[in-house]
Design a protein around this ligand. Structure first.
Ligand SMILES: [Zn+2]
Length: 94
């Protein structure tokens, strides 16, 4: 493995790192639905890019609904488990 020939001076390190700072992204507004939007990308809210329908938003909506339902059922299961645990602790206590 190669080894650096000499130590980088503080000044050269800092000069290199002067370009490392992150800049704030330009955020525009969708022209059809007025939602905040990263420029040069399709709108995730309405699926339009440059006046054309590019994304199938209805499919995303159905997916989101399914996910929400799954989350609800999962949280439901969690509550059951917690109740079960509490019953076990009660039985152990008695
Ligand atoms: Zn939009």
């Amino acid at each position: 493995m190669s080894v650096p020939a000499s130590k980088k001076s503080r000044s050269s390190v800092r000069r290199r790192r002067s370009h490392h700072a992150l800049k704030a992204q330009n955020i525009g507004v969708c022209q059809t639905c007025q939602a905040p939007l990263v420029s040069h990308t399709a709108c995730t809210n309405c699926g339009v890019y440059k006046g054309k329908q590019v994304l199938d938003v209805s499919r995303n909506a159905t997916r989101a609904m399914k996910r929400a339902q799954q989350n609800v059922s999962e949280t439901h299961n969690h509550t059951h488990e917690e109740k079960h645990d509490s019953k076990e602790t009660e039985e152990k206590a008695s």
